[in-house]
Design a protein. Structure first.
Length: 245
């Protein structure tokens, strides 16, 4: 695995429309799109390097309040508040999902499916604001030297990943990708060299978007460790709180 600084490798971003719709997060032109919902927490507020148990699904919160998950549902639609913990009947106090990072166990299962579907290498972009990247000697030096790529106004370090790096989220054992082994940051953008699929975890959103062939997306949707919902390229994922009428 090595750092990559070729700005041409992120040419796909030219097709993003800059909105909070799916087509502002991942490129268009794929067969299917899946929204992977980040888990909420019921014991403490999620934060850098923490992954407390038990985790709470969006479906649990929706069911407790007689609501149905829709492709564009935002967390505040379910919890009734934006960015704050809420009390949910039958569940207790629930803290909102973490933005910008999938839970390690869920990402590990996802990574195994992606690796199995792909021949060749991968490119992984990590937001430079993550603490482990800033504190690590190698990645911190690259950030300070400006050896980064710009994606929609934010700076990222771009890495080449092999199947061995990605399978089981093995890269998380490396200091620059985690606070502790097995509980690290996940790529903000991840795609194979052959560009057959694309995964985006926007740093400001509490869900990730997978774009790819319908067969691959169906396999990911079937993973029991993940909670996901099919979306369309035009689905609006605006994360601001919508006040009830």
């Amino acid at each position: 695995m090595r750092s990559e600084t070729d700005h041409n490798l992120v040419k796909w971003q030219a097709g993003l429309d800059g909105s909070a719709r799916v087509k502002g997060i991942v490129p268009a032109g794929f067969e299917s799109y899946l929204r992977i919902l980040h888990k909420a927490q019921s014991t403490s507020a999620p934060g850098p390097g923490t992954e407390p148990e038990p985790q709470v699904t969006w479906t649990e919160v929706a069911s407790s309040r007689g609501l149905k998950l829709e492709p564009k549902t935002i967390w505040a639609d379910l919890s009734g508040v934006y960015g704050e913990p809420s009390v949910v009947s039958g569940v207790g106090t629930v803290f909102p999902p973490e933005e910008g990072r999938l839970d390690s166990r869920g990402f590990s299962a996802l990574a195994d499916v992606l690796v199995a579907s792909t021949a060749g290498g991968f490119l992984a972009a990590f937001w430079t604001g993550w603490e482990p990247l800033l504190e690590d000697r190698s990645s911190g030096k690259a950030i300070r030297k400006g050896q980064t790529v710009s994606i929609q106004g934010n700076q990222y370090l771009l890495y080449n990943f092999t199947s061995s790096d990605l399978a089981g989220a093995a890269f998380m054992a490396r200091p620059q990708f985690g606070w502790t082994a097995g509980n690290g940051i996940t790529p903000s953008y991840l795609w194979p060299r052959d560009e057959t699929w694309f995964l985006a975890t926007n740093i400001d959103l509490d869900s990730s978007i997978l774009a790819g062939p319908s067969r691959l997306v169906a396999k990911v949707e079937a993973l029991p460790v993940l909670e996901s919902i099919p979306v369309h390229i035009s689905t609006d994922l605006t994360s601001s709180f919508r006040q009830a009428d």
